[in-house]
Design a protein around this ligand. Structure first.
Ligand SMILES: [Zn+2]
Length: 354
């Protein structure tokens, strides 16, 4: 649509300034062979000029519409708006019941000889687009009963005078007013339809939102300990605990778990080889050595904590004495005993004990 405005401010219809709440659009055609809009408006460089002073921008006329569709100065088709869309136009006359002037926005399609399919097609298309524009502006459904009608249809409905337009013209080019309404509706529907890019963006945004939302959810209570353990063991990095894992992340986690499992089972086997029984509790040499250094060793029995209480080295001496035969010859323990001897912290050192 090519829309320009030249309001007919000198027309009496404009000057009375009555307004309506538009309920529909009435399509007219001029009934005279002159496709130029400048026949009906004073015009300008773009619209073309009216040279004869017979335009409608003057007092004393009993007619006025909201727009004309026709040929502009450059020979192309366009629309010139001549009344505010919510002004009460003088276009429908009176029907048996009432007048569409009170309800419908109106436009005239400038007629030519009614034999040129190229002009018809261009003017028809401009009319469809203008009507779609008005329907959108005023929230009108072009397919609803009585909303988009031509003058002749208005007459049949009892809301307009008895004029034939546009049904003396459209059918010559195999167009009905039903076609017209459908074409208007098609434009409005097209505006509602989203482009493929818009749909893709919508889906992407929604997926990202769902992903972010689930990733931010806290670990449920029942899984907290297990999850913390998995993080501590390096199976997962602890971020986005509730997010879905990709195949890549899954593969890496499974791999880490498999390696860990192998390492832990071989460490356990190694420990098993070194296990000793002290006071009826089985423990590994590694654990014993930690215990002898006064470090806290946790096991299910809590045994190693008792082996050498923190900082009480004299008691460690007793430990060595008690378990001297058991631990004799174990390099790890020998090393610790040697450290003790060198520290000189004992009144009588553990020398000779092991
Ligand atoms: Zn008419």
């Amino acid at each position: 649509m090519r829309l320009k405005q030249q309001l007919l401010t000198q027309n009496d219809c404009y000057r009375v300034r009555r307004t309506i709440q538009p309920k529909g659009v009435m399509v007219h055609s001029t009934g005279a062979n002159n496709p130029k809009v400048s026949r009906y408006v004073p015009g300008d460089e773009i619209l073309g000029f009216n040279a004869n002073g017979n335009h409608w921008d003057r007092p004393g006329l009993d007619k006025c519409v909201h727009a004309f569709i026709g040929v502009f100065a450059d020979g192309g088709i366009g629309t010139v708006q001549t009344l505010p869309w919510n002004a009460r136009g003088w276009h429908a006359g009176k029907g048996k019941k009432c007048s569409a002037n009170n309800t419908h926005i109106s436009f005239e399609i400038c007629e030519d000889s009614l034999t040129d399919p190229v002009y018809f097609q261009a003017a028809y298309q401009e009319a469809v687009e203008l009507t779609a524009y008005l329907c959108r502006e005023y929230g009108l459904d072009p397919l609803a009963d009585g909303v988009v009608i031509c003058h002749q249809e208005g007459y049949r409905r009892g809301i307009a005078s008895n004029h034939g337009d546009v049904l003396h013209w459209f059918p010559k080019f195999r167009k009905s007013m039903d076609d017209f309404r459908r074409d208007v509706a098609q434009i409005l529907k097209g505006e509602d339809d989203m482009t493929e890019d818009q749909v893709r963006k919508l889906v992407r945004d929604e997926l990202a939102r769902i992903e972010a939302e689930s990733a931010a959810r806290p670990v449920p209570d029942w899984a907290k300990e297990l999850y913390a353990d998995a993080v501590a063991r390096g199976i997962t990095d602890g971020s986005r605990p509730m997010a879905a894992a990709t195949r890549l992340e899954t593969a890496i986690m499974v791999n880490a778990a498999a390696k860990l499992s192998k390492k832990e089972s071989s460490a356990a086997a190694e420990d098993e080889k070194c296990v000793k029984e002290i006071d009826g509790v089985r423990c590994t040499l590694q654990a014993i050595s930690y215990g002898m250094k006064g470090e806290e060793i946790r096991n299910s029995e809590g045994f190693y904590c008792q082996l050498v209480p923190h900082g009480v080295l004299e008691q460690a001496y007793e430990v060595l004495r008690r378990y001297e035969k058991l631990l004799a010859g174990e390099p790890l323990v020998e090393q610790i005993a040697d450290d003790w001897r060198k520290s000189g912290k004992f009144s009588e050192g553990p020398k000779g004990v092991i």
